[in-house]
Design a protein around this ligand. Structure first.
Ligand SMILES: [Zn+2]
Length: 263
């Protein structure tokens, strides 16, 4: 962990200068910057989505970032995973990204966890928010169960080829849907595609990762109500942003009122 001095109390002169474009923003101001500083965010996956999301949140001044990833940097990652450089090849992604974040902003605390996110690795009091930047449905399902059971907001992003998706869930809000309400029991054999098999346009993951960072700041500001119940779809080929609305599935096995075991 990279320590920062007194992260929970006010903003220093150095921080007031660093974050001046936030503090000048009438929708953020000093109070908003303090909310970012007090934020404790988990980022699951240090890949194409996690790198830009983490870098924007670090630059924004989110006070505590914990990066989960069990993988190491490979040459084929460098096409899109902008938190890494050629000298990082072979290093643990979580550790290499944390080093980059600390260099970017020494005022924040960063922690690397070189393993996949599980309920055991993420204690309930640790996070105000989780960003799912993973690339497999097993992790996505586990992250969703964690967030529903612990009532932690979740910002989920995904990207493949020329298409991306973004969604915000908040199980603290009565009647709010979860990831499982929207996608059901998806698994790797159920038509799931990943970048290793299907490819992805480099800047597309930057778009979706940056959108995840935008939504994360809104959650920390407490101004994300308009984001709930909406699925944002980005089609780079057609230059289209579309928003689909959805609602909680009362039969949902994860968040429904009467959960029933699935076969
Ligand atoms: Zn649900």
């Amino acid at each position: 962990m990279t320590d920062a001095s007194q992260p929970d109390t006010g903003l220093s002169d150095d921080e007031l200068l660093r974050y001046s474009r936030h503090i000048l923003h009438p929708g953020i101001d000093y109070e908003g910057q303090l909310a970012l500083k007090q934020g404790r965010v988990a980022i699951v996956g240090a890949g194409g989505l996690g790198c830009p999301a983490a870098m924007y949140l670090a630059a924004s001044g989110v006070g505590s970032l914990t990066i989960f990833d069990d993988d190491s940097v490979e040459a084929s990652n460098l096409q899109r995973q902008i938190g890494f450089t050629s000298v990082d090849i072979g290093q643990a992604k979580a550790e290499a990204l944390c080093a980059r974040l600390s260099a970017l902003n020494p005022h924040i605390r960063v922690q690397s966890v070189v393993s996949r996110f599980t309920e055991a690795t993420g204690a309930p009091e640790d996070f105000d928010l989780v960003l799912d930047c993973s690339d497999n449905f097993a992790t996505r399902a586990g992250v969703n169960k964690f967030c529903v059971s612990r009532r932690v907001p979740l910002v989920s992003g995904a990207a493949i080829r020329n298409e991306g998706q973004l969604c915000v869930f908040d199980s603290r809000v009565e009647g709010s849907a979860c990831y499982h309400c929207l996608y059901g029991d998806l698994d790797e054999s159920g038509g799931a595609a990943n970048c290793a098999e299907s490819g992805v346009l480099s800047p597309l993951v930057g778009v979706i990762g940056a959108l995840q960072a935008v939504e994360a700041t809104k959650v920390l500001f407490g101004r994300h109500q308009d984001s709930l119940g909406k699925l944002l779809l980005y089609d780079a080929t057609g230059v289209l942003f579309r928003t689909l609305r959805f609602s909680q599935d009362p039969e949902c096995a994860v968040c429904g009122n009467t959960p029933s075991p699935r076969p």
